[in-house]
Design a protein around this ligand. Structure first.
Ligand SMILES: Cc1ncc(COP(=O)(O)O)c(C=O)c1O
Length: 402
């Protein structure tokens, strides 16, 4: 069957490919440790599930307004005001089926063929494909490991052309876990103030998963003059271990929000009514479980960094947020075992899977082939076992004969 040009441009997800390999091995009885997961390993807090059950029993099971139920939009506005210090009206909020769907609706609403979208690299895998689905062009700006893989104002300035329509910022970041300091955002804002054709997407989906009491801000918080052209993407998936419920929200200019809602109205209509009620409980209810989760992630981050520091040749910026590390393993490229040569991150991921049954995501999926992404949304026991396997596999690789 002939497929559309559009879909032929889209790359299959690297994470899904890794998970499929892990699944195939597991079905043969192999114990695979997966560092590939992109979601909290915790259960959705009980009171959130209870709210969903009540919604069903109260028959809140019909179509809702396309942009989301008023109660959830009000909870979003309150949360954002409390956490960001920024005030939005309810018609500046669109509730969609996850943060991903927010991004998709937004891109479809504002991007045209030929528009350029600046994506600091390494980046979350879905950005480029979603940009291409909107017929715009991703423009990748490589960001140095020595700067925590963050965009500098000089590199931003250089990447901007007359066709630049959008910049995507993601802090804390998937895949690196690093986040922008307020002063770093300030410097980027100074460049953007002079470029009023550029809108900014602030993907803040990990903003509550932060360690070491580091300050967090987004660009509209440090420069309120940019608020009118900043679009905040956020949601309950990561903060409340609700990845399967599919609730995200987009905040920004009401005309664009209305347009993104129009796209949504012709695809999914509203997100699930039951999940929206559950999200009200998440945002407005008890935050204890969420704080606990962050503390546990912080302990695991410490453990993971400690193990990484002990492996010769590996470098890795310390993540202060999210639940990923993005170590540079390129010192092992060019090495081989039993005639098998490791030439890049995809070879490394294949080797780790086959040799020690360890699933990792190759960095080339995120635009940085020198690295691999390891998630620490796993139990301590699995992390320990996973790092033992990683060490074992790397020790076997012998340097090329000079
Ligand atoms: C950076 C980033 N943005 C957005 C999302 C989308 O999250 P959701 O599950 O709410 O669609 C993810 C999920 O992996 C992510 O890592």
């Amino acid at each position: 069957m002939k497929l559309s040009q559009r879909v032929r441009q889209v790359k299959p997800s690297a994470t899904l490919a890794i998970n499929a390999k892990a699944k195939a091995l597991r079905s043969q009885g192999v114990r695979v440790i997966s560092f590939g997961v992109g979601e909290p390993d915790f259960d959705t807090p009980h009171h959130i599930g209870q709210m969903a059950v009540q919604a069903v029993l109260r028959r809140q099971t019909r179509y809702t307004p396309v942009q989301g139920i008023a109660e959830l939009k009000a909870a979003v506005v309150r949360t954002i005001e409390a956490d960001y210090g920024l005030r939005y009206e309810s018609d500046e909020v669109l509730v969609s089926c996850g943060g991903k769907h927010c991004l998709y609706n937004l891109f479809q609403a504002v991007l045209d063929p030929g528009d350029e979208v600046i994506i600091p690299s390494p980046y979350w895998v879905s950005y480029p494909d979603m940009v291409r689905l909107a017929e715009a062009e991703p423009v990748f700006v490589p960001c140095a490991e020595s700067r925590g893989f963050k965009l500098t104002p000089q590199d931003l300035q250089q990447a901007i052309t007359a066709r630049t329509r959008m910049l995507i910022l993601n802090s804390p970041s998937n895949p690196t876990g690093t986040h922008y300091q307020p002063e770093e955002l300030r410097a980027l804002a100074d460049v953007l103030l002079a470029q009023d054709q550029v809108i900014i997407v602030s993907d803040d989906i990990y903003y509550r998963i932060l360690f070491d009491d580091v300050p967090w801000a987004n660009i509209a918080m440090v420069e309120p003059r940019l608020k009118a052209r900043t679009f905040v993407v956020n949601g309950v998936s990561k903060t409340y271990a609700m990845t399967g419920w599919r609730i995200g929200y987009l905040l920004g200019d009401r005309e664009v929000i209305r347009a993104a809602g129009k796209i949504q109205s012709q695809s999914t209509s509203n997100p699930s009514s039951v999940a929206q009620w559950a999200a009200v409980a998440a945002l407005a209810g008890d935050q204890t479980a969420c704080r606990h989760m962050v503390r546990v992630f912080a302990q695991r981050r410490d453990y993971v960094m400690d193990r990484l520091r002990r492996i010769p040749g590996i470098t890795c910026p310390v993540p202060h947020g999210a639940f990923y590390v993005f170590p540079n393993v390129s010192a092992y490229y060019g090495r081989s075992v039993d005639g098998r040569l490791i030439q890049g991150s995809a070879d490394m991921a294949d080797y780790l899977m086959e040799e020690v049954h360890l699933a990792v995501v190759p960095g080339d999926a995120f635009g940085e082939d020198r690295c691999i992404r390891l998630s620490f949304a796993l139990s301590m026991e699995e992390l320990r076992e996973g790092f033992d396997r990683l060490e074992r596999a790397l020790q076997k690789l012998t340097p090329k004969a000079p």
